[in-house]
Design a binder for this molecule. Structure first.
Ligand code: DNO
Length: 397
């Protein structure tokens, strides 16, 4: 009755090889075709090539993360109709290759955001960190977004200025690229690119963005359903508005709205506990229970907050997420599904992110922040142990 253990693999250039992934005990791989530009079709040939690499290593490509949604689709502008058609073809092709769980997100402009990729913990290991004043320094003084200062209190702005002043030019550049140039398949993003993308959202309201998501889902879900696939949306990270942009998948109301947008089993959720936990009014276990039957993929992670709205990524069993209750709720959902005869009863999960620690500290910085081997292996092992204990106490081991 255990969950499917998966590990993310960024492709042949990932410093954590498939051979190493196998040694973690994971059986599934979470991966993407990062070399294909956003919006273009994933052909059966390209999918199969990647799949073969994974299978030759004795693993299964269980989950796609992500099949990216082009900015034109999010803004319903430019070539969005063509990109939606392309998306449908990719979905059909993935289904044909036996890959059924498709992760995506609908975050405008930037995906996840952290202000420090090497936040030192007391034991010397490093975590990903989000600090509001540092983010303010980015958008007010570096990006110089019009009106950004209105989103902050004078105290926060003073803190932001002090942080900005403390950096020399080189440090500012490192800080900036850590914020905006971290996304696989979308490398080399500049401040100018961000400004141009922001421009496209100038007149776009929250309602518009929701309508665009609804349109996208109403187009692609029927195709996904036919192909035996489930589309799973990744939460906003952090789960609130940033850069003055609407974010529409951050809390329980957003979850309910999403499920109501298109009533199809193919309209699903990637339940990322760490992302949702970036907001203290989100009750993670309650949220999971509220959407459990539409969850297609789980990211297990937690965050630790201070009193100023800042957080770092905690050890997997620590921080604000009640991991025991969450894993228990996942197991209970699997039991329910199995009883109901659902073929997709086993949920794939991955240890989301991990600290940079031990030997990994001596290596060149990981090109995929949060995805060093040892920290994730630690997370996986801890969750596996937790799951083992829960199953045993339920008489299921
Ligand atoms: C970061 C990830 C996200 C996620 C995408 C899914 O580590 O959780 O980049 O893969 O948002 O589309």
């Amino acid at each position: 009755m255990n969950m499917e253990q998966t590990f993310r693999w960024y492709g042949p250039k990932d410093p954590v090889s498939l051979e190493f992934v196998r040694q973690t005990g994971a059986t599934g791989v979470v991966s993407s075709l990062h070399h294909i530009p956003y919006g273009e079709v994933w052909t059966v040939e390209e999918i199969k090539k990647h799949q073969k690499l994974i299978e030759d290593a004795g693993l299964t490509w269980s989950v796609v993360e992500s099949l990216p949604v082009h900015e034109d689709i999010k803004t319903a502008s430019g070539r969005y109709l063509e990109y939606i058609e392309n998306y449908k073809i990719s979905l059909r092709n993935l289904g044909e290759c036996g890959i059924h769980v498709i992760t995506y997100n609908f975050m405008p402009v930037l995906d996840w955001i952290r202000t420090d990729l090497r936040y030192k913990l007391p034991d010397g290991s490093e975590a990903l960190y989000f600090n509001q004043a540092q983010f303010a320094a980015f958008e007010v003084f570096i990006l110089q977004r019009k009106g950004a200062e209105k989103d902050y209190t004078p105290e926060k702005l003073a803190e932001a200025k002090a942080f900005y002043d403390s950096m020399d030019e080189e440090a500012r550049q490192r800080f900036t690229s850590g914020l905006i140039d971290n996304f696989p398949g979308f490398k080399g993003v500049t401040l100018e690119d961000v400004r141009a993308m922001l421009k496209k959202y100038e007149h776009l309201t929250r309602e518009n963005l929701e309508a665009n998501l609804k349109y996208f889902l109403s187009e692609v879900c029927p195709v996904a359903e036919e192909a035996g696939c489930i589309m799973v949306i990744h939460p906003d990270d952090p789960p609130y508005s940033i850069l003055g942009l609407p974010r529409i998948f951050s809390d329980i109301n957003d979850v309910k709205k999403l499920l109501a947008m298109v009533d199809s089993p193919a309209n699903g959720i990637c339940f990322c506990s760490g992302s949702f936990s970036g907001r203290l009014d989100n009750n993670i276990v309650e949220m999971f229970k509220a959407c459990a039957d539409r969850v297609g993929f789980v990211h297990l992670r937690s965050t630790q907050h201070d009193n100023n709205g800042n957080f770092f990524e905690a050890n997997h069993l620590e921080g604000v997420v009640d991991m025991y209750e969450l894993v228990k709720a996942i197991i209970e959902e699997q039991i329910r599904r199995k009883k109901a005869g659902r073929k997709d009863w086993r949920l794939p999960f991955r240890p989301d992110h991990g600290h940079t620690m031990l030997d990994d500290l001596a290596k060149p910085p990981c090109p995929n922040p949060g995805y060093t081997a040892i920290g994730r292996l630690k997370g996986l092992a801890e969750i596996r142990g937790l799951e083992f204990g829960i199953l045993k106490s339920m008489g299921l081991k």
